[in-house]
Design a protein around this ligand. Structure first.
Ligand SMILES: *Cc1c(COP(=O)(O)O)cnc(C)c1O
Length: 472
């Protein structure tokens, strides 16, 4: 392929691209990428839900010697699409029911592409005032949809893990060091977060959940009192608004009362389930969410955004900036005292604008489309529950449909049997589900948050799971 030398004295010889692609090539390749993406949207129902490759075969096809000569971008795009991007889970497939699906919407993808294409930065006010206002805007739009107080602030991060870390950091900076209270249903990344923040195992209290796999306010209250008696300081309670395991929501009103009584921070991990609060039914289940000091929501799960995007909301004005502000001499030119500097709201300084995709999708589809799609996810889990209960000889419902998740067991099956059937289903390419353990008992689990999933998708998936295993 012929390229002009990128560094030439002749201004007319300078190509449009930093490293030498011409404007015509850029257009042609860009259009090809759009077609490849939309082609996959059109045929994804018919493609396998998940494919895992063999490491050696993949490395042979995708690796190789460091390129010493330019190679064809067309061939590289084709290779990427055919080999790398087929060997992964397709979380946006309508029969991807495992873990947490990622049903990204196209308007959000366009927003992300624009952000990358314009190389957006949202760190200082001076260096990214437009993107900063977009970030402010999506934070207040989503806060409004969730029913959070009007003065809620926030910051966008890569996902729930870093968003929870950010909330915990603010809690510690506002309250001081002390004990954090979780349950055995809290997401595994949270104790990891707390340990890496420097909390010792002594200061991480993992409480047993109740029979419904929720935090029990009496257990929390007793643990707090026992710690106070022993001279420890309770710092924060971490409630979950929709556990990843079962969709169960901790009783946030009662927990908020306890936190108020002891001057503690209430952090709510709604990475998975907080979007339910935009519906009437979900708002009722998640009552008390608005009383939290910090709240996490992952738009790359149930808010129709491509990876990656997590949000951390803080309802105490100024607390995020008090925790993360820095004002070094080399940033004086671009920081503003009157406007938000997002580089002062988390550990990320140089950061792309993750808000563009959310802004683009909320404007394109409108809030009611989000509400309807989230409600649909909850309805589908209820539909799955109805289908399971209609065949009590085959199935036992382990936990009811909660915020788009249902857990169930095949009558008489143990963990090995469940995982063999789940594997067989994934290998068929038709659908994929998770296995999990609930208080020592094995279960299968569906997460039904993709608006493109049909009732038929659910009944065919259950039928395939119910088919007896044949010995090979
Ligand atoms: C997914 C999840 C997390 C972790 O979020 P990532 O985006 O994977 O970093 C934390 N908590 C809950 C409840 C989750 O579902």
């Amino acid at each position: 392929m012929q390229r002009k030398p990128p560094y030439s004295d002749d201004p007319f010889a300078i190509p449009a691209d930093t490293l030498g692609l011409s404007a015509d090539e850029m257009r042609r390749l860009g259009h090809k990428v759009v077609d490849m993406v939309v082609d996959r949207f059109e045929r994804r129902n018919a493609e396998p839900v998940i494919t895992t490759g063999d490491a050696d075969t993949l490395a042979q096809k995708l690796g190789g010697a460091l390129p010493k000569e330019p190679m064809s971008p067309d061939a590289s795009l084709d290779l990427m699409a055919e080999v790398a991007l087929t060997h992964m889970q397709h979380g946006d497939h309508p029969r991807y029911f495992a873990r947490v699906p990622g049903p990204a919407s196209f308007a959000a993808i366009l927003g992300d592409w624009m952000g990358t294409g314009f190389n957006t930065i949202c760190a200082s006010w001076g260096g990214g005032s437009g993107p900063a206002i977009i970030e402010n805007t999506v934070i207040s739009w989503v806060a409004e949809m969730l029913g959070l107080p009007g003065h809620t602030e926030g910051v966008l991060l890569s996902g729930g893990s870093l968003a929870n870390f950010t909330g915990f950091s603010v809690a510690r900076s506002e309250i001081g060091r002390g004990v954090a209270y979780l349950t055995d249903q809290t997401h595994a990344s949270l104790p990891r977060n707390l340990r890496q923040m420097g909390l010792s195992d002594e200061d991480i209290r993992i409480l047993p959940s109740d029979g419904d796999l929720r935090m029990c306010p009496e257990t929390l209250s007793m643990a707090i009192k026992a710690d106070i008696t022993q001279g420890r300081r309770p710092m924060m309670t971490v409630a979950t608004a929709g556990t990843t395991n079962t969709g169960a929501a901790d009783p946030m009103q009662a927990i908020a009362d306890i936190c108020d009584r002891h001057g503690m921070w209430l952090h709510v991990d709604g990475a998975y389930g907080a979007p339910a609060a935009i519906t009437d039914a979900g708002r009722n289940v998640l009552k008390g969410l608005e009383r939290a000091d910090s709240i996490v929501l992952d738009p790359h799960k149930w808010f129709f955004q491509p990876y990656d995007l997590g949000m951390c909301f803080v309802t105490r004005p100024g607390a995020l900036d008090r925790c993360f502000s820095m004002n070094p001499e080399y940033l004086k030119d671009v920081q503003s005292e009157n406007a938000v500097n997002y580089g002062n709201r988390s550990l990320e300084l140089t950061r792309r604008s993750r808000a563009l995709k959310l802004w683009m999708s909320l404007r394109t589809y409108g809030a009611p489309a989000f509400i309807e799609a989230v409600q649909n996810g909850m309805d589908l889990a209820e539909e799955a529950e109805r289908q399971l209960r209609a065949d009590p000889d085959t199935w036992k419902v382990m936990t009811p449909a909660q915020l788009g998740i249902i857990c169930f067991a095949l009558k008489g099956a143990d963990a090995a049997e469940h995982s063999k059937r789940a594997d067989r289903l994934s290998q068929s390419g038709f659908a994929t589900v998770s296995t999990t353990t609930l208080q020592g008992r094995s279960a299968l689990r569906l997460c039904t948050i993709n608006p493109l999933t049909t009732r038929e998708d659910i009944s065919r998936t259950l039928a395939l799971l119910a088919e007896p295993l044949t010995e090979k």
